[in-house]
Design a protein around this ligand. Sequence first.
Ligand SMILES: NC(=O)c1ccc[n+]([C@@H]2O[C@H](COP(=O)([O-])OP(=O)(O)OC[C@H]3O[C@@H](n4cnc5c(N)ncnc54)[C@H](O)[C@@H]3O)[C@@H](O)[C@H]2O)c1
Length: 358
Amino acid sequence: MTTLNFAIVGTGGITLQNHLPGLAMCKDVRVSALCDTNPETLEKARQQTGVEVCSTKFEEIVTRDDVHAVIIATPNIAHKPIALAAIAHGKHVMCEKPLALTATDAKEMAMAADKAGVRHMTAFTYRFVPAMRYLGHLIAQGDLGQPYHYRSCRLQDWGTRNLGWRQVKALAGNGELGDMLSHRINFAQHLVGPMKRIVANVKNLTPVRGGAPNDTEDWVGILADFTNGATGVLESSKLASGRNESWRSLDYVEVNGSEATFEFTTGKWDELQYGKLGGPGLAPLKVPREFWTWPGSPRDPSAGDPLVAFRYDQAFEFVDAIRSGRPATPSFHEGAATQVVMDAALESAASGKWVEVS
Ligand SMILES: NC(=O)c1ccc[n+]([C@@H]2O[C@H](COP(=O)([O-])OP(=O)(O)OC[C@H]3O[C@@H](n4cnc5c(N)ncnc54)[C@H](O)[C@@H]3O)[C@@H](O)[C@H]2O)c1
């Protein structure tokens, strides 16, 4: 088996947390080149990884003949130009979410990747939580019945601290919508199907964060009609004071259907709550062992913190898709479909009206 050489563009937080350990778990994979526009961040990553091919210019990295695949983990504004350059040079691309700043850009990226015949993946990391995969499986096999309602609530306490590029619309595109709700919009599409129309609102309650201007929203709420007749309510906030952050805070999804209710929380990686129509109420439903890791993943589910380690299966899925010559899950198309809903949410928030999701 030939070694797959990966370049990583953007060597900040998520690269150190997810992408490097994920790739380290994959057989016959090597990180061969690194790029970051911040020379200090790049040097830190060089020292940590021992990778000697480093540049502050992505063009020098994604065009290299010895690079087979690229991971893009930069602020959102840079996703599209880096992805298009990598695709133009025949590289497989995994790009962080939100895929782009607009649905038009995201679709362009998906079409370019398909046309070039490269593998493409959007890093919707929480799709790799074992309980989410099991929930998708149960719904696909009909245990929910006809879907009635989708509900998701992501509540974190980020206070009023400075969020760097995340609080600059020109770099991030938007705030909580792309940062956190994009994952939950993707869950909704994965579990229930496409949305038909939505009405949404966004709110910026902290115009100054850590002494610097913030022109992005802290809170977003969406009311949705799905094409199959189900309804959706999605809410996400950075200002749920006292709720803590990350997987220690609330990340809740509930789906109600004609036969049952299922509840998922990221904090419970191996358990759903389940209630049957007419039954006594919700009770724990353990995730079977076969769902603890992504199909084929070499990850030992008993190693490390399971609330962190499930993320490494994302890199495995991308590598496996490249080796097998099959589409990766979730693809750029899922990233673009999420972006269509995000655009509609911003349009609705601006107009105060329902917006069709085309
Ligand atoms: N999938 C997830 O669960 C998840 C979690 C966190 C972040 N993210 C996404 O990952 C991306 C990065 O987030 P982060 O938290 O790692 O941010 P970060 O600020 O910690 O790191 C981003 C890095 O990119 C570098 N950079 C900026 N512009 C660049 C360019 N043009 N070329 C090369 N490098 C550039 C910065 O210097 C920085 O080191 C964002 O799109 C974010 O939404 C996804």
